[in-house]
Design a protein around this ligand. Structure first.
Ligand code: PHE
Length: 464
């Protein structure tokens, strides 16, 4: 068998995995969920979920990958459980579908970098026509997918690791620079207050449920992205602590993103309503008020930040089907990458056109129990990101605890970290992966599928 490639260093692996985790979810979605969900109260709940629920799944995925040195489909076969490779196929489907629409939004971010360079602050007002401009959005989508494919085609150490080593430090420098600047603006403290003053009355069942889903998506769990990255890690490495760093990096960057965003918004006395659209619609106007020079610099940096964050995530999404085709079908990596990227781009075209360009795609389907039609893109997101991932996570936890068995998981965790044997942390991971994770992820999966596809709002029914 040809060499599959491997990460060169521990830091490289951590940066690549953190890069997968840190994405549009952190910078686009997290700050608004915090703002709407009770500020610091939400942050506390989110943080707890990341470590209590998600961290055990994260290390389990890495352990399965490292043990087998295989892609998500091959991994379950290599452990001797052919039937369970269904988890891998579900992961492949999730990866392909998520990348198909994620690339669209990533393309918008990149397009905004170009608009900002030209000083076109009016783009926020024209957001609606920007995203319906098939030529522009198509071009940016192609550029983004091609960049992703280029990185992945260069392999693990030479492509993914090298890109992460450049993009992640740049991202951290940009976010801290923007944050420090934002804090000097008038009314910055109002923004910080809005962001951080805890309001536990806003922590409703719905908010807690969305914190759970957000934490899971944000850590790239449930589709084998971390099985895949784990398969390129050597057995000398301590994956227990690496997993903790990855989780911390993801939460930390999401937290900083909000810290930077709200001072910008409040400096203009704007109420942070309007959800995620705020980034593409409101922020360009805010940057304009900083003056033509600073405005361009801040605007370009901001959307570059979003672009870099998205890029390390699209790379991990593309690596999942790539590793499958390379491992299981012996296809040359370069060939595999370009063919798969092209197919996924094509699958993404209906999503790209479903934001107002083509009417029937924009109101694609009215699901049972709902009053309004949703777009093709929202439909794919409901299916792959919101439903498949928790189902995948549930199955991974059940598999690891009850089929592969805890002893084997513990054995793998101890390789590279012998000191973990018998510790409280190890006992906790065992307990979580056996009971907490299957229960919670199973619950999220059921609640989400009933809500999205049948209009049955279990959370509201239970919590009022
Ligand atoms: N975690 C990424 C984000 O927050 C998205 C992602 C999900 C990437 C699943 C890979 C796998 O944007």
């Amino acid at each position: 068998m040809a060499a599959r490639g491997a990460f060169n260093s521990r830091l490289g692996f951590i940066l690549a995995a953190a890069g997968s985790a840190v994405g549009l979810g952190n910078i686009w979605k997290f700050p608004f969920e915090v703002g709407n969900g009770g500020g610091a109260a939400f942050v506390v709940v989110y943080l707890a979920f990341c470590f209590i629920l998600c961290y055990p799944v994260l290390v389990t995925e890495i352990a399965i990958g490292r043990k087998t040195q295989r892609n998500p489909v091959g991994a379950f076969k290599a452990l001797g459980f052919r039937n369970w490779s269904i988890i891998g196929y579900l992961g492949l489907a999730s990866g392909v579908l998520i990348l198909s629409f994620y690339n669209v939004v990533a393309g918008w971010s990149f397009g905004y970098v170009i608009e900002m360079i030209q000083g076109n602050f009016g783009i926020g007002q024209e957001f609606g026509s920007f995203i319906t401009d098939a030529v522009k959005v198509g071009l940016y989508g192609i550029i983004f997918m091609a960049t992703t494919a280029f990185i992945v085609s260069n392999g693990i150490a030479g492509g993914i690791e090298r890109a992460a080593k450049i993009l992640m430090p740049s991202l951290i420098v940009i976010i801290i620079g923007l944050l420090m600047y934002a804090l000097t603006l008038p009314n910055a403290m109002e923004g910080v207050k809005f962001y951080l003053v805890p309001d536990f009355s806003k922590l409703t069942g719905d908010v807690i449920y969305s914190a759970l889903g957000q934490a899971f998506f944000s850590l790239s769990l449930g589709m084998g992205a971390l099985i895949t990255y784990g398969s390129y890690v050597s057995r000398e490495q301590n994956i227990v602590s690496a997993g903790a760093f990855i989780t911390l990096a993801d939460v930390g960057i999401a937290f900083l993103a909000g810290f930077m965003m709200f001072p910008f918004v409040f400096s203009q006395g704007i109420e942070p309503a309007g959800g995620a659209g705020l980034i593409f619609i409101t922020l360009p106007g805010v940057f304009e008020t900083l003056g033509p020079n600073i405005g361009v610099v801040v605007g370009v940096l901001f959307f570059l930040l979003l672009t870099f964050a998205a890029l390390t995530s699209t790379v991990s999404l593309l690596e999942v089907p790539t590793s499958y085709v390379v491992d299981e079908h012996g296809v040359d990596r370069k060939k595999a990458v370009w063919v798969i990227a092209t197919i996924i781009f094509l699958i993404g075209i209906p999503s790209m056109l479903s934001n107002g360009t083509v009417a029937w795609l924009s109101s694609f389907i009215t699901l049972p129990g709902h009053d309004n039609a949703i777009s093709f893109m929202d439909f794919v997101e409901d299916l792959a990101a919101d439903s498949f991932l928790p189902v995948g996570g549930f199955l991974i936890a059940v598999f690891a605890a009850w089929v592969w068995r805890k002893e084997n998981l513990n054995e793998e965790l101890a390789a590279g970290d012998p000191a973990i044997r018998g510790t409280l942390l190890q006992k906790y991971i065992d307990f979580a992966i056996s009971y907490i994770c299957p229960l919670m992820l199973g619950l999220i999966a059921v609640v989400t599928i009933l809500d999205r596809f049948f209009g049955i709002e279990l959370i509201k029914m239970v919590f009022g």
